[in-house]
Design a protein around this ligand. Structure first.
Ligand code: V55
Ligand code: FE
Length: 480
């Protein structure tokens, strides 16, 4: 093995970890409530091999899934790489074969035409399989107990396009997985296909439409009756740009933005586009119907939050990076082309928004976010009823990671439960999982699970109660 390049993306708490671990009964300070029974899954981009290009973006690391399994007041840790086609090809070769982020022209010719998926952005259970998701590819299925890779997953042959968003939602009323794929007729195509996957794991409805322009369609919001698509100008380089060495995406600080609202189970030509001046959003907290209005809650900044996707040909401009939870309201009855109302819901500067996911698509009261200022060592809890935001500040100057809500019981009221939240302690360089009373985070963690290794910072994850942490019975893919 050669060494990883000496660049910030692989330095300090971001250094590669690459560890597939099985640690039974982790050490805990404080007490894990005995009622917590289930698994917190998360996925990090953790390069198996040094990249072929030292200036590549962090999104291009191999998906490494970890599971914190809670049972009877104890916690164990398991972590496994997603054994994608790409991971297995590189393992067999003993080196990186695939080149830059979403740029097949920078690959070793021996992998031409091969699936480039690295399954590194989100993990969630649906229809009894743990789906490792990445927006440029179909899902990869893992066993929820062993984390062994079962293979590429196309919902029993019903996935309508070549891609599936990492931010599929689970509708708490129906149990459907509500998803979409963009770049659905090839990279840089404006085509999107929205789909609903039943609890039986098959696509039961799909609808195609075109974006106003090609951009990174990273997330969506669902209401009971609509699916909403925020369109902001994280523009594509195009094939010629990729061949000329540009990054896949670049920010446009001028272009207008849109919110697309499509009736669920509707046709693509029923999408309604509302527009607003240039601004940035990436991750969606929640959305809900309110009579003729759709309320769409997302983290909004004046400018770009992706330092590695600056305006093409220019250095990153951090001046518009203050990001706040914001409600966009649109009126489906009016013929107006703009947003009806824009409301900042909290002054807390935060991203990676999460809810009590039993309240996705519904009116809701509680949300949690990560602090998104310099040190990134804060967690915020927004109470939309009282209008207050409480904040917990980590003792170390280290990036905290996306919070995840664990309900106290399946029928507990909204917000009654805990927040699980991982970080890497920058003094010990070991990771920890903190557990908070979800609506009393300022009081600090009630328990800290000590991880005897350093986990690479994850992107996204989810909670599954014990009844869903079951083996699939499907055979695992052979590792080479
Ligand atoms: C994001 C993450 C990705 C990606 C595109 O957080 C967008 C946003 C981890 O990969 O490919
Ligand atoms: Fe994301």
């Amino acid at each position: 093995m050669s060494s990883f390049p000496d660049v910030p993306m692989f330095a300090g708490v971001n250094a590669p970890s690459r560890i597939e671990a099985d640690v039974n009964d982790l050490e805990v300070s404080g007490e894990i409530p005995r009622e917590i029974d289930g698994a917190f899954y998360r996925v990090a981009a953790d390069h198996q091999f040094p990249p072929r290009f030292r200036d590549d973006v962090p999104f291009n690391g191999d998906g490494l899934v970890s599971m914190f399994r809670f049972h009877h007041g104890q916690v164990s840790l398991k972590s496994r790489y997603v054994k994608t086609d790409r991971f297995l090809a590189e393992r067999a070769a003993g080196r990186a074969l695939f080149g830059r982020y979403r740029n097949k022209w920078t690959d070793d010719p021996q992998v031409a035409g091969m699936n480039r998926n690295i399954a590194n952005t989100n993990v969630l259970i649906h229809h009894g399989v743990l789906l490792a998701l990445r927006e440029d590819s179909p899902p990869v299925a893992l066993d929820p107990v062993t984390l062994e890779t079962l293979g590429n997953w196309d919902f029993h042959g019903t996935l309508p396009g070549p891609t599936c968003s990492a931010h599929c939602k689970i509708d708490p009323r129906t149990g459907n997985l509500v998803g979409f794929g963009y770049a659905a007729k090839g990279d840089f195509s404006r085509d999107v296909v929205y789909f609903e996957v039943s609890p039986q794991g098959r696509v039961i409805h799909s609808a195609w439409f075109e974006l106003p322009y090609f951009e990174m369609q990273h997330d969506c919001g669902i209401t009971e009756h609509h699916i909403c698509f925020p369109v902001v100008p994280i523009m594509g380089a195009g094939e010629a740009g990729l061949k000329a060495g540009l990054a896949f995406y670049g920010w446009d600080p001028q272009r207008e933005i849109y919110l697309g609202v499509l009736p669920r189970f509707g046709r693509g030509d029923q999408i309604r586009w509302f527009t607003a001046p240039n601004q940035f959003t990436s991750h969606v907290m929640n959305a809900h119907d309110d009579g003729d209005r759709v309320r769409f809650d997302t983290c909004v900044a004046a400018g770009n939050l992706f330092p590695f996707f600056p305006e093409f040909g220019k250095p990153f401009d951090p001046s518009g990076a203050a990001v706040r939870l914001t409600r966009w309201s649109v009126n489906l009855e009016s013929r107006a082309s703009g947003f009806e109302e824009v409301e900042t819901l909290s002054s807390f500067i935060g991203e990676f928004p999460r809810t009590d996911d039993r309240y996705q698509s519904r009116p809701y009261r509680h949300g949690w976010l990560l602090g998104f200022t310099g040190a990134r060592n804060q967690l915020g809890h927004v109470d939309l009823k009282s209008g207050e935001t409480e904040v917990w500040t980590a003792p170390q100057t280290c990036p905290v990671l996306e919070p995840c809500f664990i309900p106290r019981a399946s029928d507990a009221p909204e917000g009654d439960g805990w927040i699980a939240q991982a970080l890497t302690n920058s003094e010990t360089m070991l990771s920890e999982l903190n557990l908070f009373e979800a609506t009393r985070i300022a009081a600090g963690p009630i328990a800290t699970v000590k991880v005897p290794l350093r986990l690479k910072p994850a992107y996204h994850g989810s909670w599954a109660e014990a009844a869903r942490v079951k083996p699939t019975g499907l055979p695992a893919r052979e590792a080479t």
